[in-house]
Ligand binder design. Structure first.
Ligand code: GAR
Length: 202
């Protein structure tokens, strides 16, 4: 069975979409653990309700300690790490050790409105300020940069002049809940590979 670790920081609706996809057998995977960098993340409750092992990691004062701590927990135990609303940056050894085995979901059409400091509602504020007519979400592999790795799945939504950041966020979240399970499915079924910086089907 293909094993995954899900990393979270907040409400965990994306985690829930993975749990649901496993339960309805869209995904043939097992969620081995959920790791949060925030003790109060509601995502942890979602995991506990399903009997999934949870961990809280918080090493704010040391640059790559958080990543090293996570590496210790996941090393040898999972095939894929899924960042599902994980708002800290992974760096150091874990990136190389899990090369093309870490995916992240971001709530914009990368390479727009992404990079350091771009998370949550800020992304949608920037998109509206810029005046884009479409936005969406991106699932990509994680490399040494921030939101720079090869793109696996993107989904678009229209942007309306009456949108607030919160309305746009909700519209995109619906697509996130489809995009993330879809990307996990492609990886777990060995349907894609990375060639240079592009993801191609095999
Ligand atoms: C999601 O919109 C996700 O794309 C975003 O955080 C939210 C988490 O929601 N991630 C980022 O902004 C990463 N840069 P959730 O906790 O309900 O899944």
């Amino acid at each position: 069975m293909f094993k995954i670790a899900v990393l979270v920081s907040g409400g965990g609706t994306n985690l829930q979409s993975i749990i649901d996809s496993v339960e309805n057998e869209y995904l043939n995977c097992s969620i081995e653990m959920v790791i949060s960098n925030r003790e109060k993340a509601y995502a942890l409750e979602r995991a506990k309700k399903k009997g999934i092992k949870t961990y809280v990691v918080s090493k704010k004062n040391c640059k790559s300690c958080l990543s090293d701590e996570i590496l210790k927990i996941v090393d040898g135990k999972v095939d894929l790490i899924v960042l599902a609303g994980f708002l800290a940056i992974l760096e150091g050894k874990i990136i190389q050790k899990f090369k093309n085995r870490i995916v992240n979901i971001h709530p914009s059409l990368i390479p727009a409105f992404c990079g350091k400091g771009m998370y949550g509602v800020k992304v949608h504020e920037s998109a509206l300020e810029y005046g884009v007519k479409v936005s969406g979400c991106t699932v990509h592999f994680v490399d040494e940069g921030t939101d720079t790795g090869p793109i696996i799945v993107q989904k678009t939504v229209p942007v309306y002049s009456s949108d607030t950041p919160e309305i746009l966020q909700k519209r995109i979240l619906v697509q996130e809940h489809k995009a993330l399970p879809e990307a996990i499915k492609l990886i777990s079924e060995n349907k894609i590979k990375v060639q240079e910086r592009k993801v191609v089907t095999v």
